[in-house]
Write a protein that binds this ligand. Structure first.
Ligand code: NAD
Ligand code: IPM
Ligand code: MN
Length: 344
């Protein structure tokens, strides 16, 4: 039997409501597959910030560097500026652990209504650059009337995300769309395009094209079935992933893996959604984004079969009409989770 040590950061708002369902699912499939999980639950959050003046302890990253993976709910809460919660926790974890791939699969499940007339068969992955780009630390306020931020794109950074996307496409339908804005406006984007083209040349079996981010956003709504793998910069990938999640029925389902492909450091799994202050504490949160993220964690740790059981249970439960409110149903978080565990 295998034991995995996980760092849990439920965080704020519905983060605290969706992580217990996810760990209950891990425990349930773990029992059947001889996998034991031990959890170190960390109170790193805006609540901690309010008491201690910091989202996490000064040596927080060292404390989780040796874990097998990190499972995070979401951070951010009214009263604490988002730049404090994000630069104080989420972004340092992604950067320190070189989680430069943010992998965000999108699928339309039977029983889930998409806002599109026909979304059946939509199945793609957003490969988001997760360590640089528009999310740079270069810039800030200049006096009272000016704010600047430099986008930072490095040859290493663009090459490795492109390589990941092309390798992934080789395992799928062999098609990549690179999100760009190279039409003379954003200076860093022709650089991105040039490097993506260079890396693409190493994968002659994968068809690919560049598409302007604005047109691609429209394509995502008009013809999402044509998409297999999207490779995008940090900000473009962030925006496309919420759009794609909505196209697939709800942001409450969408999962993500912040991956360190070299496995030198722990990877972090978290739903795409945030802390949802508008529904927090009301038993309304859809736990599937966190549960699917836990399935990605299983797969990352080498348990593909156990991961498949979790996604199969998601498919079955949605197909049978058990749905939380974001999906048009009336099943609460607690009841939905109980049904899910019974199914497993
Ligand atoms: P959000 O994702 O929290 O909420 C957007 C909308 O989607 C809300 O109407 C919410 O009710 C709904 N929603 C989100 N998740 C849902 C779920 N599981 N089930 C049902 N409905 C769900 O985005 P926001 O409102 O822009 O951000 C709120 C806070 O979360 C901010 O502080 C933001 O910075 C933070 N945030 C954190 C993360 C993270 O930690 N990874 C990610 C995104 C946003
Ligand atoms: C996400 C979130 C974060 C991001 C925010 C909260 C900084 O929106 O994980 O998608 O933009 O990366
Ligand atoms: Mn986002």
């Amino acid at each position: 039997s295998t034991t995995h040590r996980l760092a849990l950061i439920p965080g704020d708002g519905i983060g605290q409501e969706v992580i217990p369902p996810a760990t209950a699912v891990l425990d349930a499939v773990g029992r059947r597959h001889g996998i034991t999980f031990t959890y170190d639950t960390l109170d790193w959050s805006c609540e901690r910030y309010a008491h201690e003046g910091a989202m996490m302890p000064a040596d927080g990253l060292d404390r989780i560097a040796g874990h097998d993976a990190i499972l995070l709910g979401a951070v951010g809460w009214p009263g604490v500026p988002d730049h404090v919660s994000l630069w104080g926790l989420l972004i340092p974890i992604r950067r320190r652990f070189a989680q430069y791939v943010n992998l965000r699969p999108i699928a339309v499940f039977d029983g889930v209504r998409s806002p599109l007339a026909d979304a059946s068969g939509v199945d793609f992955v957003v490969v988001r650059e997760n360590s640089e780009g528009e999310y740079s630390e270069v810039g800030g306020r200049v006096g009272t009337d000016l704010a600047l931020q430099e986008a930072v794109f490095t040859r290493t950074g663009v090459s490795r995300i492109a390589d990941y996307a092309f390798a992934l496409a080789e395992q799928r339908r062999k098609h990549v769309v690179s999100a760009t804005k190279s039409n003379g406006i954003i200076h860093s984007m022709p650089f991105w395009d040039e490097i993506v083209a260079e890396r693409a040349a190493r994968h002659p079996d994968v068809a690919w094209r560049s598409e302007h981010i604005d047109a691609l956003a429209a394509k995502l709504v008009l013809d999402p079935r044509s998409i297999d793998v999207i490779v995008a910069s940090n900000l473009f990938g962030d925006i496309l992933s919420d759009l794609a999640a909505a196209v697939a029925g709800s942001i409450g389902i969408a999962p993500s893996g912040n991956l360190n492909p070299e496995r030198e450091f722990p990877s972090m799994f978290e739903p795409v959604h945030g802390s949802a202050p508008d529904i927090a504490g009301k038993d309304l949160a859809n736990p599937l984004g966190a549960i699917w993220s836990a399935a990605m964690l299983l797969e990352h740790l080498g348990h593909a079969e156990a991961a498949e059981e979790v996604t199969a249970a998601m498919r079955a439960q949605l197909a049978e009409g058990s749905r939380t409110k974001d999906l048009g149903g009336d099943v609460g978080t607690t009841e939905f989770t109980a049904q899910f565990l019974a199914r497993l």
